[in-house]
Design a binder for this molecule. Structure first.
Ligand SMILES: [Zn+2]
Ligand SMILES: [Zn+2]
Length: 136
């Protein structure tokens, strides 16, 4: 019992003496852990995002349904009926949207893959020139 009291007093004295240094140390530890935690979280989020995106791409055929582009980095998920803006507003973007698309069964009636070029053309020029050429 005596030793315990002694030990506690010693700790108190030690703490008082090195208070600032200890606080700084704990703060540093906390900050470092926080950064590591956030980095891990970001990494997890990134891989989850990629996995869900790939799952949808696989289900939709992995290539632009207009020009056939199959380079992953160029591809986007397109709402066939152009109601993407509403869905983004209701559901959100990124992982939330992917989960929503998957929950619906990744229906090809609603979603298709378009490359950035065809996607941009569809929205900003009211139709992709690839398709227009076919019509002419
Ligand atoms: Zn395309
Ligand atoms: Zn096209």
């Amino acid at each position: 019992m005596r030793d315990k009291v002694k030990a506690r007093l010693w700790h108190q004295a030690y703490y008082a003496k090195h208070k600032e240094r200890l606080l700084a140390y704990h703060h540093e530890l906390y900050t470092k852990n926080k950064e590591e935690y956030q980095a891990k979280e970001r990494q997890y989020h990134k891989s989850k995002y990629k996995a869900l995106r790939l799952q949808i791409f696989n289900a939709l055929g992995n290539r632009c349904s207009c020009c056939g582009e199959s380079q992953y980095e160029f591809l986007t998920i397109d709402h066939i009926n152009s109601d993407g803006a509403k869905e983004r507003k209701d559901i959100g973007t990124g992982i939330d949207l992917f989960k929503h698309i998957i929950a619906q069964g990744i229906t090809k009636e609603r979603y298709q893959i378009l490359c950035q070029n065809c996607n941009t053309a569809k929205y900003y020029h009211k139709g992709c020139p690839h398709k227009k050429k076919v019509l002419v």
